[in-house]
Design a protein around this ligand. Structure first.
Ligand code: ZN
Length: 181
């Protein structure tokens, strides 16, 4: 005990009610567990399911959660996993060491990621730490793809590349179109 006042989480715009119950139900099904810290749906598949969510920088139980954008759809996550298994991350990390323009754009993506997260809440434990290996390496394509899908093209260059390589991953799956369409 340090004898100081009990730390009460700072007030912030509550996400409660900001995400539709129906979306939360889909996300729970995707994750096979109750979703935690979902702040918003950041991207949807052609069928309209949430597939990237914006998460709270600190979960309700106090755990810092640096991954601001998180893939929830197992089909999308699986497609990204296949890309990861191809050795793409090592190749991208090597290019970051030799391509100054790419490195600068990737560093800007990292800074933007931090700015957006801190606009929601400043979490000292994760200060300066983004996710996915940014800004110097590529350690998790899921993070980069989630960032690219949430923000659209032109924000995370390597995320954008991965999204292009993923192609129409939803074809032939229930993510391809809305039921009955
Ligand atoms: Zn879907």
């Amino acid at each position: 005990m340090r004898g100081i006042a009990i730390v009460v989480p700072e007030p912030r715009p509550s996400p409660a009610g900001a995400v539709d119950r129906a979306d939360l139900d889909v996300i729970a099904e995707q994750l096979r567990r109750p979703p935690r810290g979902v702040r918003a749906v950041a991207h949807r598949c052609p069928a309209g399911h949430p597939n990237v969510v914006t998460t709270e920088p600190r979960l309700e139980d106090g755990t810092p959660f640096p991954t601001l954008y998180y893939i929830t759809c197992p089909r999308l996550a699986g497609a990204v996993g296949t890309l990861e298994a191809s050795g793409l991350m090592r190749e991208m990390s090597e290019r970051l060491r030799t391509d100054g323009d790419l490195a600068a754009a990737y560093a800007a993506a990292h800074e933007g990621y931090l700015r957006e997260r801190e606009a929601i809440e400043v979490v000292p434990e994760t200060a300066g730490i983004s996710a996915g290996g940014m800004p110097h390496r590529v350690k998790c394509l899921h993070v980069l793809v989630a960032h690219a899908l949430a923000k659209g093209p032109g924000v995370n260059p390597l995320g954008d590349e991965a999204v292009v390589l993923l192609g129409e991953w939803w074809q032939g799956t229930p993510c391809a179109s809305a039921p009955g369409s």
